[in-house]
Design a protein around this ligand. Structure first.
Ligand code: ASP
Length: 344
């Protein structure tokens, strides 16, 4: 691996990694990237050419929006030929959503796009930010026979490299904040960074890199729970302009068999609303028709989310609804694996 010539672009969007405590209010808010760089003199030792851009203003990722995903995709597109890899510094709260959205928006990707952040700000003595950012840069720069080792949108966090659209933030306290319940780690950073080549997606087509930034945010997530109120359920499903609903169901995709649930879903489907069934369980997968309690959903036209995460599902639905597709085509693509987000 040639290690001294790679060029990496760091895109700083905000997040705890670059936050500082306000002495008055004692709350954390993002600071400028130059101040972050001062905290990591080790960056110079990597031997790569490292440039950075800062999104203005840097945000707490709780304020993430589809517009910022589009700006990220455009930034990567504009700089694509100049860099060997990209590292996005991002808050952990919505990192899995951004990684998922980018995995659909960046087409024919053949360079690494690695999202990372930290649980403790970079200026704090016990910060996890330094290791995360340094290793993320090394992964973004890693090549074998002149080609990127991980040409995917990934999340690197606390020694593990995950496929981005398989991740979920599952711990707000431990350094190991992310999990990928349905797909194995792509690499583990111990003494060496061990890559699992057989699990990494390598672009099969010779198509050139391009971005697709059409997004439609007329979607909602509806979580089912015992006592789900009919009035609210029906009025949400009849909201004007609603295009897509993620039903967060029980277990292997089950919902109560109350006739009014079936009727409300059926009538929204007839108006062109698309339903995607995603399980509340982090493990396992949706198996529509396995129980009586999901067979009717299937009849009403609800699509199985299979083993998709909620983050990958929301962004996939937004992405597909943003394309010029008929409802049938959206359903067809929801059933397909677009960029490693489901196993069929
Ligand atoms: N609220 C922060 C954010 O998502 C949390 C973090 O970065 O870990 O921006």
């Amino acid at each position: 691996m040639k290690s001294d010539t790679q060029s990496i672009l760091i895109i700083y969007t905000g997040g705890t990694i670059g936050m500082r405590e306000d002495p008055m209010t004692k709350t954390l808010s993002p600071m400028r990237f130059e101040l972050i760089q001062d905290e990591i003199p080790e960056l110079h030792k990597l031997g790569f050419k490292i440039d950075s851009v800062t999104f203005s203003p840097p945000i707490d990722s709780a304020n993430m929006t589809p517009e910022i995903w589009i700006d990220l995709a455009k930034t990567i597109k504009e700089c694509y030929s100049k860099y060997d890899g990209f590292v996005i510094l991002h808050g952990t709260d919505t990192m899995a959503y951004t990684a998922s959205a980018l995995s659909y928006m960046l087409e024919n990707l053949d360079k690494p796009v690695i999202l990372t952040g930290s649980q403790l700000p970079i200026g704090v003595l016990r910060t996890d930010g330094k290791e995360n950012i340094i290793t993320a840069i090394q992964i973004a720069a890693a090549q074998r026979k002149g080609k990127a080792i991980v040409p995917e949108v990934c999340v690197y966090f606390s020694s593990f490299l995950f496929r981005g659209n398989r991740t979920t933030k599952e711990d707000s306290q431990q350094f190991s904040a992310f999990a990928s319940h349905h797909y194995p780690k792509l690499a583990i950073a111990g003494i060496d960074i061990e890559y699992y080549y057989g699990l990494i997606n390598y672009p099969s087509s010779k198509g050139t890199f391009k971005i697709n930034t059409s997004i439609n945010d007329n979607v909602i997530v509806l979580k089912v729970f015992p006592g789900l109120n009919r009035k609210y359920f029906e009025s949400i499903l009849s909201l004007p302009g609603l295009k897509g609903v993620i039903l967060e169901s029980y277990g292997s995709g089950n919902m109560p068999t109350y006739p009014w649930i079936f009727e409300a879903i059926k009538s929204a489907t007839l108006r062109g609303v698309i339903f995607l069934n995603v399980s509340q369980c982090p493990g396992g997968r949706v198996k529509m028709g396995y129980y009586e309690t999901s067979r009717e959903l299937q009849e009403a036209g609800v699509v199985s989310g299979k083993d998709i995460t909620i983050e990958a599902a929301v962004t996939k639905l937004m992405f597909l609804l943003g394309q010029k597709l008929s409802a049938d085509e959206v359903v067809e693509y929801l059933n397909q694996n677009l960029s490693g987000e489901i196993e069929n």
